[in-house]
Design a protein around this ligand. Structure first.
Ligand code: MOS
Length: 711
């Protein structure tokens, strides 16, 4: 695996939390001690009403302290509708069962084993209703707004060459390594929650609403989160009942969901079905595209679709339409999972593009380059920066695309696809304290889910002030130190760094060391005559009103703006994949991948390169392994362990060669960074499928492509 040597990056910049993580010193939410342990019992029907819950046998288990079947809390609100949770409903309130596995009882015991044993003994009587859990369900809602430009029907009819295909993507689960869980305790004056989350602010705001508490009396701490990928982006359904139990028992209570419950009770990537129609003229110029999407949502919430906003902008297509339908299913509400719209959208669109290139007899790289665009086809505005061409050309060179066998079907396949991901910025607050001992403490908005944000912040401070990185302490994920907005959408670094940068400028002013250059922190603090010097600063995205910050201080979701004036902003990537399809067993191997990303300035090279490798590994899983299967008769997910939901493991991964364009974005923020975490995945899946086509001559329009498809 190579790293971004080309950008001249310093590979001694290792992760600041690396040792703590590999030695177990890093403390996760459920590493916190507690004297009581909880477990959940789930509904065994897919939809209906619970008539009676029998807790007698559970209560008789030695060590059981409490069995709750109902809690008196307010609904948390749906995060996409101004609320705080991934879904609007709260289990253990009322008698409706909306999905199989929905909690019907919370058991608390002296030990986790007693709690689990007792939860298994909870039974219930139900009135069962028929379920709908597939994209063929009858109740569907068309999204009112859809990307649209020109007259694609007319343009398609006039096109020399067309493609018309239906592409299927299953539901998936993020399966973060850290299981869902919390430790909840009531201290003398506050509710203290330790939870692995990407959105401590939503956990706090949601609990305040649910329990009728002032937010100032709630502190949520997520020092480290063991992977989130969007599944941990909001208040989880288990936390309010846990707080009720902890209050009732007067002691801290801990709950860790099982891996299966992570499938049954948390959000997931919804299944989608895409019809893609493309047209090109005889010269190979794209003339039209219609991308229609059907996406699962729950019966109780409308999880929005946002697929075609991306595909409208991948190429210079003058006529485009992207209608999207939400299909109501009896599941928990689906949610965001890494590149939630962009990866499935690019899967469908980029396979279709490959089919079109093939029909035109054009090289897939050269066809993509010929249809690149400098302006956003929907608005006519320029992109803040767009280096798709560089990604493709540099990737082709690193990969050795010119050695691609001319004819498909040799068993060795080269595939390519591009990806993009929109740029976002969330408001952020940073506090910086310089101490007389020369140490600098930064408290800022952000959650460390393994993506490396703590390191990016530490290195920014260390380099700006020219102090050793060991002297920088980064405090994030704690509502006691700064508002903790959702860290997601690849905006974490681009949001935290500008706020920190502003705070460093303020610090220099206050220390009398304005400008640039090294700061002797200890001497400057001593000179100030104080024990320490503290400053606060904020970072806002372009066009983001200061009200965005106020909203977040009030615990409301911070998804306000930004509004970009005169430009559209995306990160981009090109992925090149070699597959080998073994002729007898039909096993697909991926010996090498080359990925080149355009993410603006590379803030932390080591973590950036591993972000991209992680995205590629995810893409291999999505292309070849992962599918959450539903049972249309009974509802629920039948694949709910890592045994039957296989993700990519080391043996599945060959060489992943990563490079960056490295050009700072001139418009999105003053640091010049764009997001990277999600664009790293976008385009990997179709690149694998396009490579399989090149290796075998067979075109697949679904994922995962398994041995059964190839036999
Ligand atoms: Mo991500 S799906 O934006 O956490």
């Amino acid at each position: 695996m190579s790293t971004p040597e080309r950008s001249g990056d310093d590979l001694t910049k290792t992760r600041v939390d690396a040792v703590a993580k590999v030695t177990g010193a890093a403390r996760y939410g459920t590493d916190r001690p507690a004297q009581a342990h909880a477990a959940l019992a789930g509904a065994t029907i897919g939809r209906g009403r619970v008539v009676r819950v029998d807790t007698d046998r559970a209560s008789a288990v030695p060590g059981v302290l409490l069995v709750l079947t109902q809690v008196d809390v307010e609904p948390p609100g749906f995060i996409m509708g101004g609320g705080f949770s991934f879904q609007s409903i709260q289990p253990l309130v009322g008698d409706r069962i909306a999905y199989r596995g929905q909690p019907v009882a919370l058991v608390v015991a002296e030990t986790p084993h007693a709690a689990a044993e007792a939860a298994n003994l909870v039974t219930a009587d139900y009135e069962e209703e028929p379920v709908e859990v597939t994209l063929d369900a009858p109740e569907r809602v068309r999204q009112p707004e859809e990307p649209s430009v020109g007259d694609p029907e007319a343009a398609l009819a006039a096109s020399a060459v067309t493609v018309d295909g239906v592409y299927s993507h299953p539901a998936q689960n993020a399966v973060p390594m850290e299981l869902f869980g919390s430790t909840v305790e009531w201290t003398s004056n506050e509710l203290l929650v330790h939870e692995g989350t990407q959105n401590a602010g939503a956990v706090r705001g949601g609990l305040a609403r649910q329990l009728g508490l002032d937010q100032s009396r709630i502190r949520v701490v997520a020092t480290v989160t063991g992977g989130g990928f969007g599944q941990k982006n909001s208040l989880q359904s288990h936390i309010a009942p846990l707080a009720v139990a902890a209050r009732r028992l007067g002691r801290p209570v801990k709950l860790t969901l099982t891996r299966q419950q992570g499938f049954h009770q948390c959000s997931f990537r919804p299944a989608t079905r895409h019809r893609v129609r493309l047209g090109a003229d005889a010269s190979g110029k794209l003339t039209a595209a219609i991308h229609e999407v059907e996406q699962q949502t729950s019966r109780h919430d409308l999880f929005p679709a946002g697929y075609t906003e991306l595909t409208a902008r991948l190429y210079g297509v003058p006529a485009f339409r992207g209608p999207q339908w939400l299909v109501r299913n009896d599941t928990q509400t689906p949610g965001y999972m890494r590149a939630p719209y962009e990866s499935p959208a690019a899967f469908a669109f980029e396979v279709a593009i490959d089919e079109l290139a093939e029909r035109l007899g054009r090289d897939p790289v050269e066809f993509r380059l010929a249809n690149d665009t400098a302006t956003d086809p929907l608005t006519g505005q320029p992109f803040s920066s767009r280096h798709v061409g560089t990604c493709l050309r540099r990737g082709a060179e690193r990969f050795g695309w010119d050695r691609r066998p001319a004819q498909p079907g040799t068993g060795v396949g080269f595939g390519v696809a591009i990806g993009a991901y929109p740029g976002h910025i969330s408001p952020a607050v940073a506090h910086v304290r310089a101490g007389a001992d020369g140490g600098v403490t930064v408290a800022v908005d952000g959650h460390e889910m393994g993506q490396g944000i703590r390191s990016a912040i530490a290195y920014l401070v260390a380099e700006d002030l020219d102090v050793p990185v060991e002297r920088v302490t980064v405090v994030i994920g704690d509502t006691a130190v700064a508002p903790q907005h959702l860290t997601a959408g690849s905006w974490g670094t681009a949001s935290a760094l500008p706020a920190v940068q502003h705070a460093l400028q303020e610090l220099r002013k206050k220390l009398g060391t304005a400008g640039v250059g090294p700061v002797d922190v200890a001497a400057a603090v001593a000179h100030s005559g104080r024990a320490s010097v503290e400053v606060e600063a904020v970072g806002l995205g372009p066009g983001q009103p200061p009200g965005a910050l106020e909203r977040s201080r009030a615990g409301l979701p911070a998804l306000v703006g930004p509004v970009y004036d005169g430009f559209t902003t995306y990160s981009f990537a090109a992925h090149f994949v070699e597959v080998r399809v073994e002729p007898t067993t039909c096993r697909v191997r991926v010996p090498r991948v080359v990925s080149v990303a355009d993410c603006g300035r590379v803030a932390s090279p080591v973590t950036a390169a591993s972000q991209v490798r992680g995205g590629v590994v995810w893409g291999l899983g999505a292309a070849l392994r992962e599918a959450v299967e539903v049972d249309p008769r009974y509802g629920g997910f039948v694949t709910s362990t890592l045994e039957d939901y296989p993700v990519t493991v080391n043996a599945d991964v060959g060489s992943i060669d990563v490079d960056f364009v490295g050009e700072p974005d001139p418009l999105l923020n003053e640091v010049g960074v764009k997001g990277l975490g999600e664009v790293a995945l976008v385009g990997v899946v179709p690149a694998v499928l396009n490579a399989i086509h090149h290796a075998t001559g067979r075109r697949f329009r679904h994922v995962p492509v398994t041995v059964a498809d190839l036999l």
